[in-house]
Design a protein around this ligand. Structure first.
Ligand SMILES: Cc1ncc(COP(=O)(O)O)c(C=O)c1O
Length: 383
């Protein structure tokens, strides 16, 4: 039967993600628009975004954080291009974005001493293979497969190499083991529901040391450069951005951070995401047609929650027919105004991907579950 109540907010995209509950454009009314980002007012806002982020995330006091161009991609590429090549590199990847960083290491940076450990969608490579005398690149949460690392225990405390982590769909929703990470990147449009365009780059003292002692033999465009003459350009990490940021986006990021603080900070954000995953786990447990792409609970994401269709009648169909059906389920829910953007990522196995980050209300996911059954049955009965 068609459910009668719809989620209050149908935004379940895995990025840009839902705005925080009760968000409106009013949140931006004090934005320093029309002002220079280098003026006192603009600089203060940028510094505030850095400081509040550090505080909410509980970053170690000797780590530094900067706002950089090009969103999360910009932040991670800055690190890869500026730091890699000093020693051998291990890349662990298990979905589209991590595979992209592996491709960059291989085909663009052409690193001569490179090992790539790759797993299929839904799985994770054997993390025990990491050699911590080398640099290690990985994604904390693979957004397109819904697989995350279980914790930071596999990362050596006394490592000689750097742990370089794309954590864009993890920070603010998962416990990220800061002391085990040297480079951490994210963007604003994920867990706190900010606007796209800007990247955040956190560096440990050892990462800073790498920047100050190693100059790669490759050209670096201005927007990637973090050091000059063997010295860190430290202004980047107090709000002197490399190029012009959007003060509207900065204001929105501040709004998200203030909201996070009002809830009780990181533990509250993590609890919201965990509760969201639990709703879907309870529903999957009694579903006759859906299962998690990440079968192992220890590596299952609480943000980008990926589902596959396991109904035997569906699995018996040719692959392209299965893909068409999964897309049709997502399209029907979109048309009904119940759930937007929940088809799986274009390179991932056909299925559904539902965002469970902190800005999503658990009550909305509860309302969504019966709609999934209705949409699947509707599509299956037509095809
Ligand atoms: C794990 C991961 N890395 C990188 C990106 C790219 O992020 P951005 O668009 O902020 O550059 C995404 C986007 O979804 C992602 O999920």
């Amino acid at each position: 039967m068609k459910p009668s109540s719809k989620p209050n907010n149908p935004c379940f995209s895995s990025g840009p993600c839902a705005k925080r509950p009760l968000w409106s454009l009013d949140a931006l009314k004090n934005a320093a628009v029309g002002r220079s980002h280098r003026a006192k007012i603009g600089r203060a806002r940028l510094a505030e975004a850095i400081e509040r982020s550090k505080k909410v995330l509980g970053m170690p006091p000797d780590y530094i954080l900067g706002i950089v161009p090009g969103s999360d991609t910009g932040a991670i590429e800055m690190a890869l291009w500026s730091m890699l090549g000093e020693r051998g590199v291990d890349v662990f990847c298990w979905e589209s974005f991590g595979s992209g960083w592996a491709t960059d290491c291989k085909s663009q940076l052409k690193l001569s001493d490179l090992r790539i450990f790759k797993a299929d969608y839904g799985k994770i490579p054997d993390l025990a293979q990491a050699d911590w005398s080398r640099d290690v690149v990985f994604t904390w949460n693979g957004t397109t497969s819904g697989v995350r690392v279980p914790n930071g225990d596999w990362i050596a405390s006394g490592r000689q190499g750097l742990a370089i982590c794309d954590a864009t769909s993890a920070v603010f929703a998962m416990d990220v083991a800061w002391d085990k990470l040297d480079v951490v990147t994210w963007s604003w449009q994920k867990v706190l529901g900010g606007e796209g365009g800007h990247g955040m780059l956190a560096l440990s003292p050892r990462a800073v040391k790498r920047l100050e002692t190693y100059t790669p033999d490759r050209p670096l465009p201005k927007i990637f450069r973090m050091s000059k003459g063997g010295k860190l350009i430290d202004g980047i990490f107090v709000g002197d951005t490399i190029n012009t940021p959007s003060m509207l986006c900065v204001e929105d990021a501040l709004d998200g951070l203030r909201w996070a603080e009002s809830l009780g900070g990181l533990p509250a954000l993590i609890a919201r995401s965990a509760a969201n995953l639990k709703v879907i786990e309870d529903w999957v447990a009694q579903s006759s047609w859906a299962a998690f792409l990440a079968e192992d609970k220890a590596i299952r994401s609480s943000t980008s929650i990926c589902l596959k269709i396991v109904d035997p009648a569906h699995v018996a169909l040719p692959a392209d027919e299965q893909a068409k059906r999964a897309k049709a389920v997502a399209a029907l829910l979109d048309k009904e105004g119940v759930a937007y953007d929940i088809a799986s990522y274009r390179d991932a196995p056909a299925g559904l991907r539902i965002w469970g980050g902190a800005t999503v209300e658990t009550s909305d996911l509860e309302l969504l579950m019966p709609w999934l059954d209705w949409a699947y049955q509707s599509v299956a009965s037509l095809t």
